[in-house]
Design a protein around this ligand. Structure first.
Ligand code: AMP
Ligand code: MG
Length: 480
């Protein structure tokens, strides 16, 4: 039993559309996230039961649920689509978790909706496995993110380039409000809806935001701070979202929509994995300017509810967005000072020069910080750090520069900010390939290992290693 509330379904009808999930012919359970279920006040044993599986596979509508798909718009790779919406997702409803926070529960891949356009609304198993692994790993790494409650197979083939096994992913989010949700109503000049949505978003996510007497400015300000913090965290972990369209940019500041995302192995600021991101719009190093661009679109959408005098409204939006750079820089500096274990007040140039050196030397980003941390803990491990460099002179020179700025008291901080394990792309891909063979062993292993990414474990040493040349997976796909 799930104690559903349906607050979004109760908003005016133009916000959503009722959807009955499609039935799955022969569903099987891949995984239930017991810890998350308990946090949501749902009995994991019930979720694992036949009744639970029926809900997770779309075969039964849970008691108390009023399933809907949400309307939204969005800029995709810079071009505006006024009509997107949940084309393959159904919001079952919301629950209040043990901490008193309201959470959405959504099925992803459960068939066509009013917003499916040409798509089938289904999901192949690959994207289900990817989103499960990635979102839970991100959570364990300490990054705000949507979560994985469950994954099932449907027993049905979906048509992609070749027929593939279908799956349904159950996603939990603080909400599924996006920048694109506001754009949907702005494009329709629906001021009333924008007012309702602003009020809903503030109550749900930022009840204490009080910078300005104007609610929409409060919201913009709060979303900006949340997204700035998020993107700075992504960057410090080497995470590339891959498809930062405004419809994938969440109002709560959580990472959402794990399509072509990936973690970098070798560091490069222009690193891109997504096969469709041909201009490297969403490269690692572009993520902050893109977040600013997306927030500008949010500001634009909110103009009608900021002030009737549009010049004044624009000025207020600009004043808010002008704070972006400073806020971002502050997070970026703190995160990297922690990763490098730097003395208070170290100039940003050292960070930038070090990252440029990493790119130049093709060094594995995660191992660099892991081995540096190991070296601080135990000097005899220096050889591991040195082994990352093809040129030992460059290594020694960098170490000498770093020692001048290093604060030995920061060992704990380094250990808590430099993960030993990240979800490496080749490992995720391998788990997906196995899943298509009906074997979920690696999926389960990775899922378990990535729950404690900052802890060393003898059982998981192999998972620390970057891919060999043959194992490298350099492209990812949305999988839609
Ligand atoms: P994305 O950028 O992958 O999150 O998706 C962009 C838009 O395409 C969203 O509105 C999705 O709901 C929609 N979409 C993606 N895949 C499908 C699908 N298989 N069927 C219907 N709509 C889809
Ligand atoms: Mg999306």
């Amino acid at each position: 039993m799930i104690p559903f509330k349906n607050t979004y379904a109760k908003l005016p009808s133009r916000f959503h559309s009722a959807t009955t999930p499609a039935k799955s012919p022969a569903p099987t359970l891949i995984e239930v996230n017991d810890e998350l279920a308990k946090e949501l006040g749902i009995d994991p044993e019930w979720l694992r039961s036949e009744q639970g599986l029926a809900v997770l596979s779309g075969n039964t509508i849970a008691e108390g649920s009023e399933p809907i798909s949400q309307a939204y718009a969005g800029h995709q790779f810079g071009g505006f689509s006024p009509q997107l919406g949940d084309g393959r997702a159904v919001l079952l409803g919301e629950v209040i978790d043990v901490n008193g926070n309201q959470k959405d529960i959504q099925l992803k891949g459960s068939g066509r909706t009013a917003y499916s356009r040409g798509g089938d609304g289904k999901s192949a198993l690959g994207p289900v496995i990817r989103e499960y692994l990635m979102s839970e790993a991100m959570h364990a790494l300490g990054v705000p993110t949507t979560r994985a409650l469950a994954a099932v197979t449907t027993g049905e083939k979906v048509r992609r380039e070749t027929p593939q096994d279908g799956g349904i992913f159950t996603r939990v989010a603080s909400s599924h409000l996006r920048v694109g949700t506001f754009q949907f109503f702005a494009a329709r000049e629906d001021k009333e809806a924008l007012t309702i949505l602003t009020d809903y978003a503030l109550k749900r996510h930022y009840p204490n935001a009080e910078n300005s007497p104007i609610p929409a400015i409060n919201l913009l300000n709060a979303v900006m701070s949340a997204q700035v913090k998020l993107v700075a965290q992504w960057m410090s972990l080497g995470f590339i979202h891959g498809v930062m369209n405004t419809d994938n940019s969440s109002i709560s500041g959580e990472t959402i929509d794990y399509g072509p995302c990936a973690f970098m192995d070798e560091f490069h600021p222009q690193c891109v994995f997504s096969a469709i991101d041909r201009d490297a719009r969403y490269a690692w190093g572009n993520q902050a300017p893109i977040a600013h661009w997306n927030l500008t679109r949010l500001g634009e959408a909110l103009l009608p509810v900021i002030d009737d005098n549009q010049d004044k409204a624009i000025e207020l939006v600009e004043q808010t967005l002008n704070k972006f750079s400073d806020e971002f820089l502050q997070h970026y500096l703190t995160n990297y000072s922690n990763k490098f274990g730097l003395k208070e007040g170290t100039a940003i140039e050292f960070i930038q020069d070090s990252l440029a050196m990493l790119a130049e030397e093709h060094i594995d980003y995660t191992l660099f910080f892991t081995y540096l941390t190991d070296y601080v803990e135990d000097e005899t491990s220096l050889a591991n750090f040195e082994s990352l460099f093809a040129d030992n002179d460059i290594c020694q020179q960098w170490l000498a520069d770093w020692k001048l700025r290093h604060d030995p008291a920061k060992l704990d901080t380094m250990q808590n900010t430099n993960p030993v394990l990240i979800p490496r792309n080749h490992q995720v891909e391998q788990a997906i390939q196995q899943a298509y063979q009906g074997d979920f062993t690696l999926f389960h292993r990775l899922n378990q290992a990535w729950k404690t990414p900052y802890q060393k474990s003898n059982n998981n040493q192999d998972l620390q290693l970057p891919p060999t040349k043959d194992q490298r997976v350099l492209q990812t796909f949305c999988g839609t």
